[in-house]
Ligand binder design. Structure first.
Ligand code: F6R
Length: 590
């Protein structure tokens, strides 16, 4: 969702801000803007609605001069998608410009007061209130102490309000974090402040991950304050092991395709977990009386699959719960409960809300995340990381595969069969390149057979959540209506929709579900439906066949097959798979 970036240094700010904005694009946005302090010491600002490149063509962001500036990608929440609602916003006296990530909950009351005091608002956003509030308070403080004023604002404002304030007089950026992430990049005589490490990775991999209520003042130096005490602090500087190359398309037409193909390499790293942390995680899960495994969207599908493997491999019950549905279970949670949060971004608001509520009941929180330093990671008592590198495409692919591999490894760990698990999962990893070689077959199937208005996917046992993930992806990026169901459910409802010409992807792993799946396939064929089988065996009942290598846990190998199908369908239908409409990468609102 919204992305913020600030730069101060020796170079002209606007080209750097423009490039960094492009790297924030993947988070999802509808408008964008840049403000700098120009050579005359004035704030200059340009913004507009639409993709960064097209706004730039109209306003020419790079014509902004000055060596300090802030920029923003907006995903509308309060106020329509209009230029006047795009960030940055300035104070009435244009001493300050501000960009914000989050939702200011009490903006209506604050705005009323500020209007009474004579402030003029130009937008319908919650954000604009912040810059006027700071201006108002500064006027009563002889424009002296911005740190004190930001402390007061942090006490009065409610909600999530991470912001960058550009001060034209001091030529400083005040980078404040409350709930939405904010990372300071420490370059060579230059500083960055951003929602996302990848936006400044080209310039530096040294970063300070700000905590809530921390404020970094950036000029020729970077000083960090804890505004709850007003004291300077010595923050921890982390070295980020992601590279700028990882966050680029590297010759692929889309990030999504690159990330699917990266699974061959990434999966190895995902399984190379720190043995001490892995053991500790296994112990906590083993000893827990109750485990709720929490996720949203694709990550929730990983939770579903994990609950099946934990049951089958380790005989351990874990309850999969959607982040947004967590409250339903709150009265079952106590101090003997473990909340296991699964999230690529580590910032998903639905999951975070569940974590905060569970903590109130004394539950222990553990997590599996991809983004180091993310909020979910920091709210966890212990965590494992996916080691999947930056995932840029909105549709999660490599992170899902990594989640599934690590969760399955944990299931083996709980069963005291870690070595057997490693062997089985490494076997999968070793044949992933063969699955990637299916791309030509899949392009042809996508063009000739699957490009329909409705698709059905059936699976059973472990292949059912995989079918659900295929359904999600097909809807998300191909904009095709898809329906995944457990094969046994057909006869209870959806068989009513099976008529001649209906296409169904059948996931048939070589396991105990195979005979029942064949039975379900026959029910579909008896009504004229056509079957595309994904299996290690070419069964007579298939009209089309997608061959996967024969391994233990074959369902996992079907994941990249369905990811590629959704990708090719999206491209064939003229969509941009990296930017599905109305969706954002990091979903930081409830
Ligand atoms: C779909 C997709 C989303 C995310 C969901 C949770 O392809 O990517 O459904 O899985 O928004 O995001 P994380 O994993 O960051 O918590």
């Amino acid at each position: 969702m919204c992305g913020i970036i600030g730069y101060v240094g020796k170079k002209t700010a606007s080209p750097i801000l423009y490039d960094s904005l492009k790297k924030l694009e993947y988070r999802g946005y509808d408008s964008c803007g840049v403000a700098t302090v120009n050579g005359d010491g004035e704030i200059e600002l340009k913004k507009g609605v639409g993709r960064i490149e097209s706004v730039d063509k109209k306003v020419d962001f790079k014509s902004l001069t000055g060596k300090i500036g802030i920029a923003h990608t907006r995903w509308a929440t309060h106020g329509k998608v209009e230029t006047r609602n795009a960030h940055p916003f300035t104070s009435c006296n244009r001493h300050y410009a501000l960009v914000h990530n989050g939702i200011l909950e009490n903006y209506v009351e604050l705005k009323k007061e500020l209007v009474k005091k004579g402030h003029t608002f130009t937008s319908s956003t919650d954000t604009e209130v912040l810059v006027h509030l700071i201006e108002e308070k500064m006027a009563h403080d002889d424009n002296s102490n911005l740190i004190k004023i930001i402390t007061e604002v942090s006490q009065e404002a409610k909600g999530a309000f991470t912001f960058l304030l550009l001060d034209k007089v001091r030529k400083e950026i005040y980078a404040f974090r409350k709930d939405s992430p904010l990372i300071i990049g420490l370059g060579d005589n230059e500083f960055f402040a951003s929602s996302d490490i990848t936006s400044f990775l080209e310039y530096t991999n040294k970063a300070i991950i700000l905590e809530n209520y921390q404020l970094a003042v950036l000029n020729e130096d970077c000083i960090v304050y804890d505004v709850s005490t007003g004291l300077k602090i010595k923050p921890k500087v982390s070295t980020i092991d992601w590279t700028a190359e990882q966050a680029s398309k590297s010759g692929y037409p889309h990030f999504m395709l690159k990330e699917i193909f990266e699974e061959v390499e990434i999966s190895k790293h995902s399984l190379e977990q720190d043995p001490v942390k892995l053991k500790a995680m296994i112990e906590v899960l083993k000893k827990s009386k109750k485990v709720f495994i929490l996720g949203s969207g694709t990550s929730y599908r990983a939770c579903l699959l994990a609950s099946i493997y934990f049951a089958q491999i380790a005989g351990k019950q874990i309850t999969p719960v959607l982040g947004s549905e967590y409250k339903t279970y709150q009265n079952l949670v106590d101090k003997d409960t473990v909340i296991f949060a699964i999230s690529q971004s580590g910032e998903t608001a639905d999951v975070l809300e569940g974590i905060y509520l569970a903590k109130e009941k004394g539950a222990r929180v553990v997590s599996l995340v991809n983004v180091m330093g993310s909020t979910i990671m920091r709210e966890s008592d212990q965590y494992l990381t996916l080691n999947a590198g930056p995932e840029i495409a909105v549709a999660s692919t490599k992170a899902f595969t990594s989640q599934v591999l690590i969760l399955t490894l944990l299931a083996y760990g709980l069963a005291d069969k870690l070595n057997e698990g490693k062997d089985n999962l490494n076997e999968i990893v070793s044949v992933l390149d063969q699955v990637m070689n299916l791309s030509e077959t899949l392009v042809k199937l996508a063009k000739d057979v699957l490009n329909k208005d409705d698709l059905y996917l059936i699976g059973r046992g472990s292949s059912y959540p995989v079918a659900m993930e295929g359904e999600l992806k097909i809807k998300e990026i191909a904009y095709i209506h898809a329906d995944a169901l457990a094969g046994g459910e057909l006869k209870h409802h959806t068989l009513a929709l099976i008529v001649p010409g209906v296409t169904c992807l059948a996931l048939v792993p070589n396991d105990q579900t195979k005979d029942d799946m064949i039975n379900n396939i026959m029910q579909i064929k008896a009504r004229g439906g056509e079957i595309i089988g994904i299996s290690s065996e070419n069964l007579d009942v298939f009209d089309y066949y997608i061959p996967i290598p024969q391994v233990h846990l074959e369902s996992i190998l079907m994941i990249p097959v369905l990811q590629m199908i959704s990708y090719y369908l999206s491209v064939i239908r003229g969509n941009d798979p990296d930017f599905p409409r109305n969706l954002a990468k990091s979903v930081t609102v409830l």
